[in-house]
Structures are given as C-alpha cells and as structure tokens.
Design a binder for this molecule. Structure first.
Ligand code: PNS
Length: 160
C-alpha cells in the first residue's frame, strides 16, 4: 500500500487542487489530503470549513481521505506511513516557494516530495485569485466546486 500526502492550506480548495489530487491517486494506492496551517497566510475560512469543502470536493474519489493537521506536516508524514508528498506547481514562483518546504520535509521526515506540473487549462487558478474575484462579485463557477462558490458568496455577502 503506497500512500501519498497532498498538503495545502486549501483556502479554499480549487479545481486545480482537485486535478492534482486525482493525479496523485493515479500514482498511489491511497491519497491523504492534508489541510494544514500556513504560518505566512491569514485564512478566510476556518480549518473546519476548509476540511468540509475539500471533503465535499473529493467525495467521489475512491481511496482519497481528508485530514486536518494543525501542527507540523513532517510529524504527520512520519506517523501516517506516507512515502511521498505530491504538490502541483504552476510556474517558477511556485517552485521557488515549494522547494524549500520539500527539502525541509525531507530533512525532518525522510519523505520525498514529487511535483506535478499544473494542467495548462487550470494553471491560472489560485485560491488567492479566486478569493479576489469572488470579493469583487466576479464569477468563480469554473474555478471551484459549487459548494466552495456558495461559501464564497456567503463570505462576501452575495445571495446563494
Ligand atoms: O497551500 P499552501 O499554503 O502552499 O500550503 C503550505 C502548507 C500548509 C502545506 C505548509 O505551510 C505546511 O506544511 N504547513 C504545516 C506546518 C509545517 O509543517 N511547516 C513547515 C513546512 S516545511
């Protein structure tokens, strides 16, 4: 049983994240989606809401589970039996941000990180841009799940 972890802050989960999770599942027997805390970001949604939205988005995916990890990712990697972290990268800015985390996670847990290149049809999507579009009442239907769209509408005072 080969287990991969897909970690992120998922604030909120996007169709780009779901594509990476699907692709991780095509390479591993089981995928644990870890909703974690990024100390450099102030989330819009609570950890519980982010977990619920990811659970809804991956509900149809066999072999995929969602876990909240409020602490150190490396500790979870060591205890979960995961043999890899899988992360999507959209370009050089993502690589610059992700490589130091991959190296630190390997240092702490000996677990390697595998990067998958974002699907070009989804590489314009980021959680922060989705929030910015929604904040200004722009359309997000083809960027996120219906549940995330509804939650964004509620957060930014729009009718559901
Ligand atoms: O989606 P993000 O914000 O790029 O994900 C980053 C995240 C949440 C995976 C990272 O900040 C993280 O692993 N946080 C948990 C705490 C931790 O382990 N910090 C050290 C990272 S090397």
């Amino acid at each position: 049983m080969r287990i991969a972890v897909c970690p992120g802050s998922f604030d909120p989960v996007t169709l780009g994240h779901i594509d990476v999770i699907r692709r991780a599942r095509s390479m591993f027997d089981r995928v644990l989606v870890v909703v974690a805390v990024n100390a450099g970001k102030t989330p819009l949604f609570s950890l519980d809401t982010r977990v619920a939205l990811v659970q809804d988005a991956v509900a149809g995916l066999d072999g995929v589970e969602v876990v909240a990890v409020p602490g150190l990712l490396a500790d979870f990697l060591a205890s979960s039996g995961a043999c890899a972290v899988v992360k999507g990268v959209r370009g050089s800015a993502d690589i610059a941000a992700e490589v130091p985390m991959a190296l630190m996670n390997r240092h702490l847990s000996q677990v390697e990180t595998i990067f998958v290149a974002a699907d070009p049809t989804l590489s314009h999507i980021s959680s922060s841009l989705v929030k910015d579009v929604a904040r200004h009442h722009g359309p997000v239907d083809d960027l996120v799940s219906a549940a995330v769209r509804d939650e964004l509408h509620t957060a930014f005072g729009l009718e559901r």
